[in-house]
Write a protein that binds this ligand. Structure first.
Ligand code: DX5
Ligand code: ZN
Length: 223
């Protein structure tokens, strides 16, 4: 089985040193930088505006994977794209016309992601499957880092994998929330090819990042 892409969520980084933090996770072997954008309305937390994304852009060459937890989301797409987002992922509940939103993201030249909350049925993917470059299965309810992984996500991952394969889609299947070295292999076995990790990636500070990322990729623990 191929090693999954590891996408550390900077929600768990040191916000006073964000530039150094993204450089450090790149040096430690991260594949993408996951950026959690929360609006205090769609989710009960307030995080990162486009100005911060723009300020981070020169500090790493990794793709910026921007998870928008904002409603309404449409007015923000262009600002995050211009700030340097490579992937823009949206929740179907965050606007009235998710089909149009995904099309708009592609029009802006970014990869379009659809996010499925724990309470969102997998069927939400079907009408837009040809418009997505990424499907993000939430394994916690969005809003905070450090929550426990919901095992029901494994069935959801397998169901999304079956749908993508049946449609001949090469979209990335990503999992987000409570991912650790202990459940990473189960996510990959269920069909995930990208893992978001906040707590498990940033725990222990910069000197631990390489080992944290290797453990998430499924490398055997160092002797
Ligand atoms: C939750 C966010 C996640 C979160 C992951 O709303 O979308 O990306 O920061 O953090 P951990 O890995 O700590 O659950
Ligand atoms: Zn996220």
């Amino acid at each position: 089985m191929a090693a999954p892409l590891i996408c550390p969520s900077i929600l768990s980084a040191d916000f006073a040193r964000l530039g150094e933090e993204v450089a450090a996770i790149q040096a430690a072997g991260a594949d993408w930088v996951h950026i959690d954008v929360m609006d205090g309305h769609f989710v009960p937390n307030l995080t990162i505006g486009p100005a911060v994304v723009r300020a981070l852009r020169p500090h790493t060459t990794l793709p910026f994977d921007v998870h928008l937890m904002v409603a309404p989301v449409d007015p923000w797409l262009e600002a995050y794209r211009e700030a340097g987002a490579d992937v823009l992922s949206v929740h179907p509940e965050s606007g009235p016309h998710v089909h149009r939103t995904l099309g708009r993201i592609r029009q802006l030249g970014a990869r379009a992601g659809l996010v499925l909350n724990p309470g969102t049925p997998v069927e939400a993917l079907d009408p837009v499957i040809d418009l997505v470059d990424l499907v993000l299965v939430m394994s916690v309810n969005p809003g905070f880092g450090g929550q426990a992984f919901l095992d029901t996500a494994l069935r959801k991952i397998a169901a999304v994998r079956a749908r993508l394969d049946a449609a001949g889609s090469s979209a990335t299947l990503q999992v987000d929330g409570g991912v650790t070295a202990d459940n990473a292999a189960a996510c990959v076995a269920a069909g995930a090819d990208a893992l978001v990790a906040g707590t498990a990636a940033f725990r222990g500070g910069p000197s631990a990042y390489a080992a944290n990322i290797a453990a998430l990729k499924g490398a055997p623990a160092a002797a």
